[in-house]
Design a protein around this ligand. Structure first.
Ligand SMILES: Cc1cc2nc3c(=O)[nH]c(=O)nc-3n(C[C@H](O)[C@H](O)[C@H](O)COP(=O)(O)OP(=O)(O)OC[C@H]3O[C@@H](n4cnc5c(N)ncnc54)[C@H](O)[C@@H]3O)c2cc1C
Length: 252
């Protein structure tokens, strides 16, 4: 269903502020124009029209077959993004699979920057921070295509998921402004430090803690973390959930 014509111009303004391009070989300007046109035509269709269910509600509620999203229902925009992601996987990620698994220095950070250039790191992030604000189905398509990416999938998933989402959901306006655009571009790499030698799933049992310095300007972090994806990347930022003296969880 076509949207009102003014949405074309609103989308045009938004997209031209974004780092989203489609593939190496295509002229960025033409790709963006094409994308804006498709967004204008189809964006409304990418937003789920069905009632949203919370958590595990799907287990106890009757579900209609037509409410279940299937790949055959991908719209033109989603197909383009799937193709662009497939090109990235096949042409840039898979040829480096052995280097990725051997953790050759610079390979994963370089691919994350490349993913940022393609818009893949901000597909789920607000336009205000340089993201694409695409719907869950489109982001599922991206994750699905990157499934065979081996350890690179773990890196990009940790970056865009457990690394970035806590900032989006719980960060202060200043933290979002400061970090999200640079995480969306791939300049910064995100990691999420939860697991400790003595606690994993049982997160509230974490022993690491943050104490505000006497001048109130910095937090002093003490403790031990392990198994942190992306923590070894250069310019990695680690967002830790720290148990404070007040027993409240904070993002630092
Ligand atoms: C590839 C990979 C990447 C990772 N990246 C990160 C990362 O980026 N950041 C990070 O913080 N951690 C990371 N981890 C660590 C991972 O999150 C931990 O393994 C996880 O937190 C579980 O902790 P654990 O291994 O200590 O298991 P435990 O918490 O000891 O759990 C052991 C088993 O008991 C079950 N269990 C635990 N509690 C309960 C309960 N209350 N009721 C029933 N069953 C329970 C669990 O399901 C599990 O099967 C990563 C792990 C892997 C494999």
């Amino acid at each position: 269903m076509p949207q009102p014509v003014w949405t074309f111009f609103v989308n045009a303004l938004k997209i031209f502020q974004c780092p989203f391009t489609f593939c190496n070989s295509e002229d960025i300007f033409v790709a963006k124009i094409r994308y804006i046109y498709l967004k204008y035509q189809f964006m409304e269709d990418t937003i789920a029209k069905t009632e949203l269910l919370n958590g595990g509600e799907f287990l106890i509620r009757d579900a209609r077959a037509e409410d279940t999203f299937i790949p055959e229902e991908l719209n033109e925009e989603q197909k383009m993004i799937r193709q662009m992601t497939t090109d990235f996987l096949e042409q840039e990620v898979l040829p480096k699979a052995a280097q990725i698994e051997k953790q050759v220095e610079g390979v994963v950070p370089g691919l994350l920057v490349r993913a940022g250039e393609l818009g893949l790191l901000g597909a789920h992030m607000p336009v205000a921070y340089g993201g694409m604000e695409l719907d869950t189905n489109t982001n599922t398509v991206i994750s699905d295509v990157l499934g065979p990416a081996g350890s690179f999938l773990v890196a990009i998933a940790a970056h865009t998921g457990i690394g970035m989402l806590p900032i989006l959901y719980f960060g202060t306006p200043e933290q979002k402004e400061k970090y999200l655009p640079r995480l969306i571009s791939g300049e910064l790499k995100a990691s999420y430090c939860l697991t400790e030698p003595g606690s994993g799933s049982d997160a509230l049992n974490a022993k690491s803690h943050a104490v505000l310095s006497a001048d109130g300007k910095n937090y002093v972090l003490n403790g031990q973390k392990m198994w942190i994806t992306n923590a070894d990347l250069p310019i990695s930022i680690s967002f830790l959930l720290k148990l404070m003296a007040t027993n409240s969880l904070v993002l630092s």
